[in-house]
Design a protein around this ligand. Structure first.
Ligand code: N2P
Length: 391
């Protein structure tokens, strides 16, 4: 990501120069969008006068915590976001990473504390609300909620954003190395029934993620990816066990780099991860196989057990992410789709019009959400354990 970081920095400097030029006076100069202040403020003679939406809102006696930790997926922020927030508010941000919703859930159920923000996907938010694991948000501290696309305020798992704020959304499909693989499989069949003669045989990975992998297998088999029919699940399990011989393994953290470097040719994974790696390696493409794939919405939530000070700092951070400029930075850098309509309004056409980030209707129609299954979740887990341990 070094190159990307440098480019971002250059872009920000260029914007900053334009901003200065604009201040210098041509009345006709177009209003540049406000550049996020990344570099150390060059000792302004006056305190910045811009409205400070991330300033501590009046909240009685509570002062925001000096530091909070975000428990997040890896590579899921813009590299400058935390720094900008800290420069504006004095609040430091640390980050720890998880690799799947199930890891996140298990970690919190196991009593992990110290996280002020977590980033679960839709179905996991539903589970966490049901289990009383989340704090209710104080909307007075998050005025930028108004920037959300209304579609993201009516979600089945959290209507009215009582507990969480959508962060980014994306899809799960296949990525491949375009230099080494001309014809990736159009169907999931190529993955689950790979032949030794297929170039990707032994050089592909599946996500290390129970619901994602079962969803792909069930979608391939023509079943509901949230099925509670044990016979269908059994069939999917057998398919997955038979498919193991064609896999290099299950991987959630590194798969896109393994495709970019050419060690693997094909991988099951998340659109933005592949597209970020495509920037870096220049040889990766991503698609949804013909039977379809999954779609998900990840969310910023505050776990129960935080102090009032941490909660306020977390809400300030959530409000910061909802700023149009920050939402734009985040989405464009990560190649995941923003739920922020004001961010989208100022985003580059290259991003807004990227069909791999914002899938067109004919692809949308083939995408399925993973849904919470209550007690039945344990059946998936048992079958997954059997898949993982099969020889
Ligand atoms: C980013 C992970 C994407 C989140 N590295 C999948 N829900």
């Amino acid at each position: 990501m070094q190159r990307k970081r440098l480019l971002t920095l250059i872009a920000i400097l260029v914007i900053a120069v334009f901003a200065l030029a604009a201040c210098g006076g041509g009345a006709t100069a177009p209003q540049p969008t406000k550049a996020p202040d990344v570099t150390k403020a060059p000792e302004p003679t006056q305190p910045p006068q811009q409205e400070e939406p991330t300033q501590a809102p009046p909240s009685g006696e509570v002062k925001p915590a000096e530091e909070i930790v975000v428990y997040n997926w890896s590579d899921y922020v813009h590299p400058d976001m935390y720094k900008i927030f800290t420069e504006r508010t004095g609040i430091k941000i640390g980050e720890d990473n998880f690799s799947s919703n199930e890891d996140l859930l298990a970690k919190l159920q196991g009593g992990a504390t110290g996280y002020s923000i977590i980033v679960p996907s839709d179905y996991t938010v539903a589970i966490m609300i049901e289990e009383g694991m989340l704090e209710e948000l104080d909307h007075d501290n998050i005025p930028n909620l108004k920037n959300l696309d209304p579609e993201f305020t009516k979600l089945y798992y959290d209507p009215g954003n009582k507990y969480c704020v959508p962060y980014l959304w994306g899809t799960t499909g296949l990525g491949y190395n375009t230099e080494m693989l001309e014809n990736p499989p159009k169907s999931w069949e190529g993955v689950f029934k790979a032949k030794e003669s297929d170039p990707w045989y032994g050089r592909m990975t599946l996500l290390d993620d129970v619901r994602e992998v079962f969803s792909a297998a069930l979608i391939y088999l023509g079943y509901d990816n949230n099925t509670k029919d044990e016979a269908q699940l059994e069939e999917a399990k057998q398919l997955l066990i038979d498919a193991k011989k064609g896999l290099a393994g299950y991987d959630t953290d590194n798969y896109e780099d393994l495709v970019g470097s050419g060690e693997n040719l094909l991988a099951h994974g998340w659109n933005g991860d592949f597209l970020q790696a495509a920037d870096e390696y220049g040889n990766i493409n991503y698609y949804i196989p013909e039977e379809g794939g999954t779609i998900w919405i990840d969310n910023m939530c505050i776990p129960k057990g935080v102090t009032p000070e941490q909660k306020l700092a977390a809400e300030m951070y959530i409000n910061f992410v909802l700023e149009p400029e920050i939402g734009k930075m985040l989405g464009e850098y990560n190649y995941y789709a923003t739920p922020n309509k004001e961010a989208l309004a100022i985003a580059d056409p290259e991003y807004k019009e990227n069909p791999l980030v914002f899938p067109p209707e004919e692809i949308r129609a083939k995408l399925r959400f993973i849904k919470p299954l209550g007690e039945f979740e344990s059946v998936y887990q048992r079958m997954w354990d059997e898949v993982k341990s099969a020889q």
